[in-house]
Design a protein around this ligand. Structure first.
Ligand SMILES: Nc1nc2c(ncn2[C@@H]2O[C@H](COP(=O)(O)OP(=O)(O)OP(=O)(O)O)[C@@H](O)[C@H]2O)c(=O)[nH]1
Ligand SMILES: [Mg+2]
Length: 460
């Protein structure tokens, strides 16, 4: 744990020294980082309503801390953390408390805070891990409006803080439609490395054929919703009847022994959250740094192109003016004194034309770079060397994520005011060195730390 604190401090320093100044100068919204209080490792429970999220949490803490039931039960988020006694705090207290690491939730507004709770409970597991329960997703149109707050923004905020995200499905709703699809395709993008898919309540299957059909449907739907090459591993679990309120469990018609092992694996992953945290902190830093680097290089390309047009325009204007003044002595004669005057006038007119031309090209460039195609063109130009060597799907995927942010920044700052000077290029080189050297070093340190802990455990 000590090493984790040290690591968090190192990472916070990299954010503050290198990423934040570039992000500030480019109006780039770095994902929330509360560097003062990074908080405990956190596990977030997401999924369909009635898929068993709250029951699983109760099973983990061995107490009925969360309400459960077949109808949609939770309509807000609950943070479960360690306390000497069971207690309950409202959302406003949670987001404004200086000792709690939930300040990033402040910006989600009062409607969200009204549906946020923090519960404390004296369970051993909670000493090292926070659990977050969420309202179940409902596959119906118009749910965003009926919730009365921005559910997706809440999920994103918690997902960024979490070290592990458990996504629950149940036999009734293996289809990923409506809210679930948008959460997968939009809200959780870039956080797939934290995701663990759980098909819960497998005790409800009447026979193995039903199980196979549902599992296949879930795989098919996930493959459409998650943009990764492979379908993620799915953990098939259930809770034993005695763990459910009122012994609500089903007498199962299929053999469940194997699924007990799967539940143990899920629990082992939950307990591994502190170990994951170190890796996640570095992964988040790497993703944020790479996104920022792409954003900065594209913005600098946009600014540079505009600067080149302006430079050419002013050079041409100056050359025409200097030339027309320079030819005055050559055209001077006492009989035709109007000639030099006309030459000067002609030179000034050409210079004005050049200036107008420059203005036209600048405006055309600004218009082009405010379109998706124009920005894509700048991205291709900024990364022409990297893209010439091989097709970089990784770079393109990051660019897909960053493009709308880049568009917003350019609109907000104005293409003419984008930073592009020597100082900015130096900052950018520093950021690239962080990506190439400092972050891999942090990874090596963590791997070494894990290795030593494993050795310590086996020797112990
Ligand atoms: N048979 C069976 N029932 C379960 C299992 N897990 C939960 N249940 C039951 O399913 C119902 C819904 O469980 P909850 O834990 O409230 O589900 P949830 O995902 O928290 O639901 P929302 O809060 O509405 O999103 C309850 O009646 C539970 O007793 C399971 O593994 N097997
Ligand atoms: Mg619930």
């Amino acid at each position: 744990m000590d090493n984790l604190v040290g690591l968090e401090r190192d990472i916070a320093a990299v954010y503050q020294r290198t990423l934040q100044p570039i992000a500030d100068s480019l109006a780039f919204d770095l994902p929330n980082r509360d560097t003062e209080a990074a908080g405990l490792p956190t596990v977030l429970f997401l999924g369909n309503h009635s898929s068993g999220k709250s029951s699983f949490i109760n099973y983990l803490v061995q107490a009925e801390v969360q309400k459960t039931g077949l109808a949609p039960t939770d309509d807000g988020f609950t943070i479960l953390t360690y306390g000497d006694k069971a207690d309950d705090f409202d959302g406003q207290t949670v987001v404004s408390h200086p000792d709690l690491a939930f300040k990033p939730l402040q910006r989600l507004g009062p409607a969200f805070h009204a549906r946020l709770r923090l519960k404390t409970y004296p369970a051993d597991l909670l000493r090292s891990i926070n659990l977050i329960d969420s309202p179940g997703m409902i596959d119906a149109a118009g749910t965003a409006r009926s919730r009365g707050y921005d559910f997706a923004a809440g999920v994103r905020c918690f997902a960024e803080m979490a070290d592990l995200i458990l996504f629950f499905f149940d036999p009734d709703k293996p289809g990923t439609t409506g809210e679930t699809v948008s959460i997968f395709t939009e809200t959780l993008t870039g956080l797939e490395h934290k995701l663990l898919i759980v098909l819960n309540k497998v005790d409800l299957f009447a026979n193995i054929r039903d199980f196979a059909r549902t599992y296949g449907t879930l795989c098919w739907n996930l493959s459409k919703a998650i943009q990764t090459k492979d379908v993620p591993h799915i953990y098939n679990t259930y809770l034993p009847p005695q763990a459910l309120v009122g012994g609500n469990g089903h007498r199962s018609l299929i053999p469940l022994k194997d699924f007990d092992a799967s539940r143990d694996e899920v629990i082992a992953e939950i307990k591994r959250a502190p170990t994951r945290r170190a890796d996640n902190l570095v992964s988040d830093l790497l993703i944020n740094a790479r996104c920022l680097a792409i954003h900065a290089r594209v913005c600098s390309q946009v600014g540079g192109r505009l600067q080149a047009i302006q430079l050419k325009t002013w050079s041409l204007v100056a050359a025409l003016l200097v030339l027309s003044v320079a030819v005055i002595p050559m055209t001077w004669s006492s009989e035709q004194w109007t000639t030099p005057f006309l030459v000067l006038l002609g030179g000034a007119a050409l210079a004005a034309l050049a200036w107008l031309g420059g203005r036209y090209f600048s405006r055309r460039e600004i218009k082009q770079t405010s379109s998706v195609e124009g920005l894509d063109d700048c991205f291709n130009a900024a990364y022409r060397h990297e893209l010439a060597l091989q097709d970089r799907a990784d770079l393109r995927a990051l660019w897909e994520k960053v493009r709308s942010k880049a568009m917003k920044s350019i609109e907000l700052l104005g293409a003419r005011r984008l930073p592009k000077g020597f100082g900015f290029r130096k900052q950018l080189r520093r950021l690239e060195s962080v990506i190439e050297h400092e972050i891999p070093k942090l990874r090596r340190d963590i791997a070494e730390h894990h290795r030593q802990r494993r050795l310590g455990n086996t020797e112990g």
